[in-house]
Structures are given as C-alpha cells and as structure tokens.
Design a binder for this molecule. Structure first.
Ligand code: NFS
Ligand code: SF4
Length: 627
C-alpha cells in the first residue's frame, strides 16, 4: 500500500500552473510572494484600528494607543473579534439550514430524510411529537431552532447534551452561551472603542462566543442537515483532482451549505440532465467538490472530493471545469478573474457571498430545484466552449471511505471488541479499545490549509505519525480532504498503523482516519467526546483525546478552537492566532483558561514537535487514569 505523497501533489500543481502561465492567470503561489513578509504588527496582534483616532500600533516606545489601551487589551480585543467573525459565520450557515428545514415538504425539493433524528431532537427539546405529521414537526422545529438565535432568556438548548460536569464548569466560569446572535453582538459590543480592555474578560467572552457556535449554531447546522439530507453512513468515494473526468461535463461545488450542493447533485444525476449533457457532446456529468460542501455531499452521497482549500484554483486550471458553483465561505475572489482565463463559469449563488466576475444566480430554499436545474444546464451548455489544448487533469486520485457520523461510529464498532462489552448503541466498545491500550487515544484533526505551512504536509505527516502510534484520527474540513487525497481514508492504510490500531481497523473494517464531515460537523466531535465521557464516567478532560488544527487560517477555526478548548479538550495549533504580542493573552490561552475549563491551547510551528506534544499529552492522560 502506498500513499500519494505531497511531492506528487506538488508536481501536479506545478504542471497546472504551467497552463496558468500560458493563459496569464494569477495564482495564490504568486500572491503569497507579493505579500511576504507580512506586517509584524498584524502578526503579533498589536495593531488596533477599531476607532478613527488610530490605527494605533504598540511598540516599546509607544506602549499605549491614543485612548490609553495597552497591548494586552488590544491583542485580547483582536482575538475576541476574530472569534466573533468565525462564530457568526458558522452560526449563520446553521441558521440557513434551519430555514431550509422550514421549507421541507412531502414530495418537495427538500424532504425529511431522517425522521427518527428529528423526533429524537424534538423530544430532547421537550416538543410533543406523538401523532404529529413529520412535516408539521419539521416546521415547528425550524421555528424553535431559529429562535435559538435570538431568544430573550435562557441558554443554548444544546448545552444539555454535555456531561453535567462540563455544564457545571461552564456555569462556574460564567460562559454558558445565551442566544447565538447575542454572543456575537456582545463580543462586538465589548470590543468597541472604550469598552473592555481586561484580557481575562475578553478571553471569557471568546470562549462563550465559541460555545455559542459549537454548542449552538454549528450544532443546528449539523443536526438539521442530517434531518434534511440524511445522517451519514460509511460510503466509498474518491479524492483528488483525478476525480474530474475529461469526457464529462465537470461541475465543481464549492463552499459550505449543503442546501445548494445537494440540489445540484440531485439534478446532475437526473436522466434529463445526463441526456442534455450528451446532446452537448459530453459522455455524462461529473460533480465533484471543494472545501466543506464537498465533505457534506461526499459523506451523504459519495460525491468525489476534488480538493481542499488551497486546491480551489487547481480545479479551474485543469481547463476541464465547466462550472464552479459556490455558496458561502472560503471562496477565493481570485476565482472570478481566473475563470475568465478559461471557459469556466464561476457561479455565485448567495447574497452573503457576491463577487466580481461571477454569474450570480440567486439560490433560495423556495426555488431550489428550478435554480439547480438552471445551473446544471448552463454547465452542460458550456461544455462546447472548452479549449481542448488547455485541458489537463492530473492523474491523481485515491479511494476513500467516508461518512463516520457519531451514529455510524457507534454502529460500526458495536460488537468489535472481543471483551465482555455487550452493550450495543454506546461508545463502550471504543472505550474498551482505549482502556485496554489497543488504541492509545484519539486526535481530532481539523481545519484548513495555509500557505504559511507547506500545504497538506502538516495534516498528512501528523496523521501518519499518530496512527503509527496507535492513535485513531477523527477528521473534518480540509484536514479530512488532505487525508483522503493522500490515501489515509483508504482501508488499506491500516498497514501504516501500529499493531493495535491495525487490528481494530481490520475487525471493524474501517480506515484509521475517520471522516466526520465538514467544519460545522466538529459539533459531532463534541457529541462523541460527551458520549465517551458519559459512558466511561470520566470528565471530558480526562479522556486521552486532543484536538489539532496544524494549518488553520480562518476566523471560523479560531471559534472552533475556543469551543473545543472550552469543552475540555486540549487543542494544538500549528499557526499562531496573532496573540504573541501580549504575554497576558498568550498565557491565558495556553495556561490560564485551564482553571476554568480544564483544557488549554498549545501553539507549536514545528510540526514534528507538535505531534510529539500530542502523543505525550495522550500518554500523560492515560497515566493519570492508570490505564
Ligand atoms: Ni473549515 Fe470549511 Fe477548509 Fe478551513 Fe474553509 S473549507 S469551514 S474554514 S478552509 S477547513
Ligand atoms: Fe487607538 Fe484606542 Fe482607537 Fe484602538 S481604540 S485605534 S488603541 S485610540
């Protein structure tokens, strides 16, 4: 068994960039050069521009801004604003899903595909389900979920899913999130000129705002996406640019909201559209994905993953992309001008994400089917405009098995252990593997690519190291796609594991890196950690489980980091979150918060060291438990 190497990824990219040079295309590789070195004030987080007396930059000679704010206040406010941006983004995505749920109807574009899950959540929320039409229930839950964003009293309904001990910690620390939108507003209010400059208060709100995402907006996104589109189950797919097909109309879905990508997949798979593609001279239609929307449709439909964040330009550079259809988040504005160098249609669909040089086809839940069909037709009609001399699809792809929701993990592991464990439907078999030491622990690998790190290398190298040490990986977002493209989600990758993990992979018939979905699906990881804690009688912070985002870049990733830490899981970052300018803020994040939530951050840019630190932490937790 052989993984695809990062060198092979890079050779493929280099070949594509040659095409780019021919047509005069710009690329992120070129723009990074223009932007380097980066502004040191920005990198340390010591620049404040939240009022027009500034911008103020803190230096030894100028230790305070014009208003008198010191470096700790400035760095802390910047960190909180960064978090608020991410929490707002995830949560607004979640809200869109709640709205889509309100449009679900029998035989309509959107239907309830997992009624059991809807009923389960309704019961959790104390909603009467007996004798109720499933669509009436869906609409009632849609309203209630949307109210979570602006309710006037109480805390997020989802918090109750956490172990009591975790809820008690949140209460004691004063960080239980209230209405989702309120925490974002509160963060922006606190960081306005002349408000909070005390680091401790800013970091507390950063955790609370993170929690309003993970245990609020993101959880709405994940749970109601499952209700609408089905809870993921293990399914086979493929990953990397080679999934695009030179003979077919290639549609690439990019972004985050499955409401769009699901509809595109649905129509692209219809006989009517396939016939239409044939009438345009193609053999068929291939839909593939980039970024998290790709994870969504891969997990539920086995749609292949063309690439992750820093591959988005590559799909256009193949010269074989008829349409790149985007909704929201992580979309390079570069795709506009780049698509103009090729025949590619760059189709934006959301009022939230409007870009120059794109065709805007507004997509909403009410007209979804009709718009999806229009987009697929447009892509088919564009096939004839291809310039054959520019077409080159790298011959790189790997098999991957994806779709490991918590439900799927529990089901897959049921009955795997040969121990006395006979309780099905719990995480006990997984716990048994961990306690016996067959698996040493688990790492949640998440987050983006970032040109500051050699792309994909940190994800892949860390995963290789961890699985060789019998540590199972649960992965999401662009990290999951890096794994899939390398081959780490191929079941054959068990050969790269230590003997214990290899045995578990064989018995359970799973790959050593489990794809848990998109970034909003990190809420699944919170549930898994909670279930493990409840089933073992331990606190989450005692479990030999940590989180890691080695190549993160977005505000969303910081919000995630905050809720993962606040849930009791130590989190390891490979890129600095612009706090190095303040000793107080940096030490709060790497130590101080541990007093509130029993976990903290570690930042380490040396990837090999980062891996060693995680392994050491996992072993330390095992020692503390005497296992
Ligand atoms: Ni997550 Fe998904 Fe990727 Fe990073 Fe962007 S796609 S929401 S933010 S870049 S992992
Ligand atoms: Fe400068 Fe204070 Fe205004 Fe920030 S809020 S720009 S530190 S004067």
């Amino acid at each position: 068994f052989k993984l695809t190497t990062v060198e092979e990824f890079e050779a493929a990219t280099a070949r594509l960039l040659e095409t780019g040079a021919k047509v005069g295309a710009d690329s992120w590789q070129m723009r990074v050069k223009n932007q380097t070195p980066h502004c040191k004030f920005g990198e340390q987080g010591v620049c404040c521009r939240i009022c027009s007396m500034g911008p103020c930059r803190i230096t030894p000679k100028a230790p305070r801004g014009i208003c008198g704010c010191d470096v700790h206040g400035i760095v802390g406010r910047n960190f909180l604003r960064f978090t608020a941006g991410g929490a707002a983004t995830h949560s607004d995505h979640g809200r869109e899903i709640c709205i889509t749920l309100g449009h679900a109807k029998e035989g309509g574009d959107y239907q309830v595909k997992d009624p059991e899950k809807l009923i389960r959540i309704a019961k959790e929320w104390g909603v009467e389900t007996e004798g109720k039409d499933i669509y009436d229930l869906a609409h009632e839950m849609s309203d209630l979920a949307q109210e979570e964003y602006g309710k006037i009293r109480g805390y997020s309904r989802w918090l109750k899913r956490a172990p009591q001990h975790t809820q008690d910690l949140w209460h004691a620390a004063g960080i239980e999130p209230r209405a989702i939108d309120r925490e974002v507003s509160c963060a922006l209010h606190m960081t306005h000129m002349g408000n909070t400059s005390k680091p401790e208060a800013l970091i507390r709100q950063a955790l609370r705002n993170g929690l309003s995402d993970g245990w609020g907006g993101s959880m709405c996104g994940t749970e109601f996406s499952d209700v609408l589109f089905g809870t993921p189950k293990p399914i086979d797919t493929e990953a990397n640019l080679g999934v695009m097909n030179a003979e077919n109309v290639n549609i690439v879905v990019h972004g985050h909201d499955p409401s769009l990508s699901e509809m595109i997949c649905e129509y692209a798979d219809s006989k009517e559209m396939i016939d239409y593609a044939k009438s345009m001279g193609a053999k068929g239609i291939t839909v593939s994905g980039v970024c998290c929307t790709s994870n969504e449709v891969a997990m539920r439909r086995g749609i292949p993953m063309a690439g992750n964040f820093l591959q988005q330009e590559n799909v256009v550079l193949t010269g074989a992309c008829e349409a790149i259809v985007v909704d929201v988040q992580c979309i390079f504005p570069a795709l506009g001008p780049l698509s103009k160098c090729f025949h590619t249609k760059f189709i934006t669909t959301s009022p939230i994400c409007q870009m120059p040089d794109s065709d805007f086809i507004e997509f909403d839940a009410g007209t979804a089917g009709e718009k999806a069909k229009q987009i697929v037709k447009l892509a088919c009609e564009n096939f004839k405009n291809r310039k054959p001399e520019l077409v080159h699809i790298p011959d790189l792809k790997h098999k991957a098995t994806v779709g490991y929701s918590v439900e799927a993990i529990v089901k897959t592991l049921d009955g795997v252990t040969n121990s006395q464990v006979d309780e099905t439907g719990t995480t006990k078999p997984l716990l048994e593997c961990i306690t016996s030491g067959v698996i040493r622990g688990a790492v949640a690998m998440v987050g983006c690519n970032n040109p500051k790190v050699r792309p994909d290398t940190a994800h892949i190298e860390l995963m290789k190291k961890l699985i060789a040490n019998d540590i199972v990986i649960i992965a999401s977002g662009c990290s999951a796609q890096a794994a899939a493209r390398a081959g780490l989600m191929d079941k054959a990758a068990k050969d790269l594991c230590g003997a214990g993990l290899k045995r578990v992979c064989e018995l359970a018939d799973i790959p050593p890196v489990l794809h848990m979905g998109s970034c909003v699906d990190i809420s699944r990881m919170l549930i898994l950690a909670s279930e493990l804690a409840k089933d073992s009688g331990l606190n989450i912070s005692q479990l030999p489980v940590v989180g890691c985002a080695p190549e993160w870049m977005s505000e969303k990733a910081v919000s995630i980091g905050n809720y993962v830490v606040a849930t009791g899981l130590d989190t390891y970052l490979g890129v600095d979150p612009y706090v190095s300018g303040s000793t107080e803020v940096a030490s709060l994040l790497t130590e101080g918060v541990r007093d509130w939530v029993e976990a903290a951050y570690t930042v380490e840019k040396d990837i090999d060291k980062l891996g060693d630190l995680m392994i050491a932490r996992i072993e330390e937790k095992r020692d503390a438990l005497g296992i």
